[in-house]
Design a protein around this ligand. Sequence first.
Ligand code: BYC
Length: 472
Amino acid sequence: MISAEKIPNNVGLSSNKRLQRALEHWQPKYIQWWRDMGPQGFQDYHQVYVRTAVSVDPSGWAHFEYVKLPEYRWGIFLADPVHDRRIGFGDFFGQPVWQEVPGEFRNQLRRLIVTQGDTEPASVEQQRWLGQRCPSMYDLRNLFQVNVEEGRHLWAMVYLLHSYFGRDGRDEAEDLLARQSGNRDKPRILDAFNEPIENWLDFFMFTMFTDRDGKSQLLSLSESSLDPLSRTTRFMLTEEAHHMFVGETGIARIIERTCQLLKDAGFSEDVRKLGGIDIPTVQKFINLWFSLSLDLHGNEISTNAASYFGNGLKGRAQEEKFDDHHVGESYYELDVPNGNGLERQHIPMRSAMNEVLRDWYVGDCEAGVVRWNKIFERHGMSERLRLPDRKFNRGIGMFRPLHFEPSGAPISEAEWKRRRGEWLPSPADREYLLSIMSRPVYEPGKFANYIAPPIRGVNRMPINFEYVRTEA
Ligand code: BYC
């Protein structure tokens, strides 16, 4: 049943009996999970024009074909090895990288891989109803592309668990299919992956901001001394880039359409009356998903992060850009709450590694917002979107018990409760979005009124291509 034909791979699956046996046990459960928790209503009678990775070279991971979603060929790929790769940071700097898991770091590595792995099926679960509300066939196809690739990322982590963690790894791989996003008894590990994604504004913000956390975490894991983890995550990054493209251009197309609607109405109308999405609502969803995704980087001061770095398990994004890879004696300047304000403290750099990665992440997000604002400029409009301050609406870390406006100004709990609806999506906002998305658009080349068409189609196909075919 398990074959290289069904599971494209570059890990020698056909000669690896142990991995074959483990996968033979796991794969049917995965398919069952995909049917139960994957895209609802698109499992049996639809063929989707998706990309399947069949090898790691550029031509191989851009192989397009129509497939039924449960028959997608989820593969296992590692980026090509780097000759004589050496550990790039931490206490073992300069030593050869590891091809096996060192016993003393087994638990930490397993925890990192399980946390990463848990997010992948979680996102598929979160997005499983969106096909029923899609703004176009082009977007529907992109949603499914993202979903199958998140499924493949789960396979990537399961490959590592099966290959390097024995019995424990096999148990963890089963648990990855047992936890469920938003489930009260067995939720997903990280908070943002238990949030509902019920409309397409949520989806585009998620792929813009939360997948970008995926990028920062994968960049830091791709520095790992455990070479198979490094190579696996390096290949995942190529797919992650497409997910962020979907998010960023999705929001850009909503902004574009909103500007057009406003222009047509002489800038005098409430965009909602015209069936569009108003800028304050877009801003609220930025505030929500950016703050949730900041939380995904963990506590500002973290002994876990220090030990991941010291042990060479998880580095910084683009570690080669830093001069000091040992980071034994440097400090990070952090504004820490101290009763009645913030106090600048010097934190040992290793303990501040989550914050270092968060800095990288905020910069990457900012660049995206600048690109969105260019759309307003082009339309001669003065509106601008912005990222909220990183203290705003935090659920993890030292700002969690405190309250701040999006500007970063501190406020009381009473004021927070009174005004949070100004800054975060309210039930009325969500109701409005569902009302304009209640009728899905399945006709090729047609787009919902609240979103502009993309500039080009997928894989040089026209925009009105039949990206999802329905079987008679
Ligand atoms: N929610 O020392 P700390 C992606 C817990 S996204 C709930 O700061 P650490 C994707 C933490 O577990 C990328 N709990 O934690 C995107 C710990 O618990 P215990 C996913 C949280 O370990 C879109 C405690 O707080 N990849 O790929 O330094 C679609 C102390 O925390 C949260 C990874 O995350 C939270 N947000 O840092 C699909 C990479 N944050 O031990 C996919 C692997 C912290 O006290 N994971 N806690 O019970 C890691 O590198 C780290 O585990 C974290 C947390 C950065 C997440």
